[in-house]
Design a protein around this ligand. Structure first.
Ligand code: AMP
Length: 295
């Protein structure tokens, strides 16, 4: 138990605490996470605090969003440290439920995502977004927040959840926050812990390639191929195996053909393996600040 933070493993007790917040007429902000928290997560908590008097955070490594050959078993689990960090960031309620309680025996219901899940990570992680949409719907129904804050680091996920809230008529404002990066430019991720020093320095090719695309866009380049092909080449040159490096309309998430002319905003999104670690990153050209990459 950390001062000012109540940690619940029981869904019913956590729900009761959230009810009590609303019962006092206070707004509840919510940040769903899988734990192994870093400064990116804590930024979301700080933003949630600006929208609400009380902030709840869930820490749940959600089995249904991992594929059979993915890192569910080895995903870092650091609950005690996470709770300390959350106390410092001003979250007061933490839900860390068991998989058995989140997915009661015999459950079969899933939330289907539709076309926002068709490109980018969708084809490479079958069932992933359905798992995300299902767990987020459950967490929203448990917490009942006014505002939920997500990171643009997972841009496709953010768009899917914005859409989910709208389509399911949920009375929740979904807020998306810019990616927090390490001093060297690498996007913070719980999975960065898997990288060796050598892999980590090669991984910097990702933010460097995004910054290159931003510079070309800034210089007036609007041809999709001219924006994205150097990104693909840079990842390959660093020995990163890309699942994809694509450029797309940032709302519909449909990739542009290489000969297309992009508009005033364009999403450049990357998923690439550095060794056995799959990293994702993105930038909305014309909107996001380009990463500053050192070294
Ligand atoms: P995760 O624990 O990886 O499922 O992420 C929980 C939330 O934190 C999601 O909304 C992510 O998009 C967000 N997040 C993860 N990394 C970052 C980052 N570097 N900057 C901002 N938000 C992030």
């Amino acid at each position: 138990m950390v001062a000012n933070v109540s940690v619940f493993s029981s869904i019913a007790e956590f729900r009761g605490a959230c009810d009590a917040v609303r019962g006092r007429g206070e707004r509840l902000g919510f940040v769903p996470t899988m734990g192994a928290l870093h400064a990116g997560h804590l930024r979301l908590v700080e933003v949630a605090r600006r929208h609400a008097e009380r902030v709840a955070v869930s820490i749940f490594v959600n089995p249904t969003q991992f594929g059979p050959n993915e890192d569910f078993a080895k995903y870092p689990r650091t609950l005690e440290r996470d709770v300390q960090l959350l106390a410092g960031a001003g979250a007061e309620l933490v839900l860390a439920p068991s998989a058995e309680e989140m997915y009661p025996a015999g459950e079969t219901t899933r939330v289907r995502v539709g076309r926002l899940g068709e490109h980018f990570c969708g084809p490479f992680r079958p069932g992933h977004f359905e798992g995300v949409a299902t767990v987020v719907t459950k967490l929203f129904s448990i917490a009942g927040p006014c505002t939920a804050v997500f990171g643009r680091k997972d841009f496709q996920q953010l768009k899917i959840i914005e859409r989910l809230a709208r389509d399911l008529l949920l009375p929740i404002t979904v807020v998306g926050e810019p990616t927090v990066r390490d001093a060297d430019g690498l996007a913070l991720s719980s999975r960065n812990a898997y990288l060796s020093a050598e892999e980590r320095s090669r991984a910097l090719a990702i933010p460097r390639a995004l910054a290159g695309a931003a510079a070309r866009f800034q210089a007036g380049v609007r041809n999709a191929g001219a924006l994205i092909e150097p990104v693909r080449a840079a990842l390959a040159a660093a020995g990163l195996r890309a699942d994809y490096a694509d450029i797309a309309d940032p709302e519909g998430l449909f990739p542009f053909a290489l000969d297309a002319t992009v508009g005033e905003r364009a999403l450049v999104a990357v998923a690439a393996f550095c060794g056995t670690t799959r990293l994702i990153d993105n930038l909305v050209l014309g909107e996001d600040q380009a990463p500053m990459v050192t070294a």
